[in-house]
Write a protein of this length. Structure first.
Length: 163
């Protein structure tokens, strides 16, 4: 079965399903890549209706913030459906274009540090807690992996369509 990004899970999960979730969160490859992009390139859009690189970086950061809150709820057995959100609305109402890419990457780094701090507190039994992501029942560990899968999806798009 072919999944599309709108599916969220399992589309993003499939990018990283065989990888260790802790290794995924501790990798610095995305940050290194983003730091190699200059400000001029960071405002580029490959089509008028597409986000700039700065907006994509802000979106990746927003997504991780939102998903880590949901992961926190799951880890505490708060049995809620892992609802969606309007990514376009969040980007439209942000200041991403006003900020420098350096500021956006620094924010991403800070969010990642908080995410890493949280996942280091999780037990094996918490990682096995199940929740619903759309129609899919998933474990907390797989949900965490899908957060990085989302990041990898967008970094691939930047590399293929922007750089």
């Amino acid at each position: 079965m072919k999944y599309v990004p709108e599916d969220g899970f399992p589309y993003y999960y499939d990018f990283v399903k065989n990888m260790n979730y802790q290794s995924l969160f501790s990798s610095s490859s995305t940050i290194t890549f983003l730091n190699s992009i200059n400000e001029k390139k960071a405002i580029y859009r490959y089509a008028p209706t597409k986000w700039s690189i700065k907006q994509i970086v802000g979106h990746i950061t927003d997504h991780e913030r939102i998903m880590m809150f949901r992961a926190f709820l799951m880890s505490r057995n708060e049995l809620v459906e892992l609802w969606g959100y309007d990514q376009n609305l969040l980007v439209e109402n942000s200041r991403f274009e006003e900020l420098t890419l350096k500021q956006l990457v620094a924010d991403f780094v800070n969010v990642r540090k908080a995410s890493t701090s949280f996942i280091e507190t999780l037990s094996e039994s918490q990682l096995k807690i199940k929740g619903m992501a759309r129609q899919y029942e998933i474990t907390l560990e797989d949900f965490l992996k899908s957060i990085i899968g989302h990041e990898k999806h967008h970094i691939t798009i930047i590399k293929e369509r922007y750089i």
